[in-house]
Design a protein around this ligand. Structure first.
Ligand SMILES: NC(=O)c1ccc[n+]([C@@H]2O[C@H](COP(=O)([O-])OP(=O)(O)OC[C@H]3O[C@@H](n4cnc5c(N)ncnc54)[C@H](O)[C@@H]3O)[C@@H](O)[C@H]2O)c1
Ligand SMILES: [Zn+2]
Ligand SMILES: [Zn+2]
Length: 397
């Protein structure tokens, strides 16, 4: 079938993207779903820094590619071997498909699935090959994380989706659970295993970092330290529950955090995707504490640890991919927390866009002016969101 999509023709492309236009909106040919695949009408897809990192070349991927890995939608076609999905099911996509059989999957570590990571690394589907082709030149187009959500429809593996029973939650919010919420909330709850009464620091306050902050609030952290280079992000962090905020470029920030938290925090989570932020997170962690890195730095970036310090202080340094989540367990769990008012992830949604506005959206993300923006495919829904936002702004004045 013919779909409308934003195609990254080549990378790296430098900003301003409103001028360089890395994402071209074109018709694309989408193959029907294979036996273990679903055809999904996309409701919403978020703009994440991991998409930006492909565009600007920080994390190179095969081109042409349709990006977009934080998505939600409705099942409208079902592969011949699938029995447990029905037309009309609402699904949240997860950016690391998990086979359920490899060693990490058997250990309950779906985020580390080996065939899933291999397929993502090659820009192909879990079952092999691509389902996307140029409408005019018929050239193969690569998939991003098995999703390619910057399109009005997608064919995805059954291992890339979680069925959700939340008719009251709009797609614009559901999409966030696929990446920002799984990654951020999961980093604090699953990777750190933060306990009530502990202290948690978040370094980097974008969509993922602020989701981590909400995770720290939900986990019952008593001291929540928020650090960024942007004063605007620090102000939002305060509103969302940070007890202390620091500008990373400030003087003596490490010493100040250590002094204010009586020797450092129990858990420091780096979510900036930059080695200096990882270093800062390590240095503000207390003796015996743990530092978790969830940001995805450029492949050439390195982080050095003083060897003796990790031993004498019994420090733990951990990576956190997709928040160490098991999507089938954690996405419904996090949605329930949201519906119960304990994880206000709607606060992360700063704007909605049409597909045609996506390059401008990436400029805003690049300049640090947005938290989460989502592309919506229904013009009426966009108009409704904008009216709602305008109303809120007027009431604020
Ligand atoms: N581990 C995973 O599974 C996973 C999943 C999604 C995204 N990511 C990565 O997480 C990172 C954050 O994603 P996002 O969409 O929230 O990005 P974002 O661009 O919205 O936010 C990044 C924030 O980090 C801040 N920052 C940059 N350098 C800093 C520094 N030295 N000290 C303090 N703050 C600094 C920026 O000001 C910005 O507010 C990216 O690197 C992304 O690729 C990882
Ligand atoms: Zn992401
Ligand atoms: Zn697996």
């Amino acid at each position: 079938m013919k779909i409308r999509a934003a195609i990254l023709k080549q990378s790296p492309v430098a900003p301003p993207f409103a001028e360089t236009r890395p994402l071209a909106i074109e018709d694309v040919e989408l193959d029907p779903p294979g036996p273990e695949e679903l055809l999904v009408r996309i409701g919403a897809t978020g703009l994440c820094h991991s998409d930006l990192s492909v565009i600007n070349g920080d994390r190179p991927r095969q081109t042409p590619m349709i990006l977009g890995h934080e998505a939600a939608g409705t099942v409208i076609g079902i592969g011949s071997a699938i029995r447990d999905f029905a037309i009309g099911d609402r699904v949240v996509m997860t950016f690391q498909p998990s086979c359920g059989h490899c060693l990490p999957c058997a250990e309950g570590r779906a985020a580390l699935c080996i065939p899933g990571a291999e397929a993502n690394g090659r820009g192909v589907m879990m079952a092999g090959g691509v389902r996307l082709h140029g409408a005019r030149d018929h050239r193969d187009i690569h998939h991003h994380c098995g999703i390619s959500g910057y399109a009005d429809h997608a064919v995805v593996s059954r291992h890339s989706v979680v069925k959700v029973d939340a008719p009251d939650v709009p797609f614009a919010e559901l999409a966030l659970f696929g990446c920002a919420v799984q990654t951020g909330v999961g980093a604090v709850i699953n990777t750190c295993r933060a306990q009530p009464g502990q202290s948690v620091a978040i370094v980097g306050l974008g969509g993922v970092g602020l989701a981590a902050l909400l995770g720290a609030v939900a986990a019952g952290a008593i001291e929540i330290v928020a650090i960024d280079l942007s004063e605007q992000k620090l102000a939002i962090a305060r509103e969302l529950g940070a007890t202390r905020v620091y500008n990373a470029s400030g003087k003596d920030v490490i010493e100040r955090v250590r002094a204010d938290t009586r020797g450092g925090v129990d858990h420091a989570v780096e979510v900036a995707g930059a080695a200096p932020a990882f270093d800062l997170a390590y240095r503000i962690t207390r003796r015996g504490g743990q530092t978790v890195s969830a940001g995805l730095a450029a492949p050439t970036a390195e982080f050095r640890i003083p060897a003796v310090n990790i031993v004498a202080d019994e420090r733990t340094v951990k990576g956190s991919y997709m928040g160490s989540c098991v999507p089938q367990r954690d996405i419904p769990r996090f949605i329930n927390l949201y519906r119960a008012g304990k994880l206000p992830v709607d606060r992360l949604l700063t704007d909605v866009l049409s597909l045609d506005e996506i390059n401008e959206g990436f400029d805003r993300l690049d300049r640090g002016e947005a938290i989460r923006q989502v592309v919506l495919f229904d013009p009426q829904e966009i108009a409704l969101w904008r009216a709602k936002k305008d109303g809120m702004t007027k009431n604020d004045c």
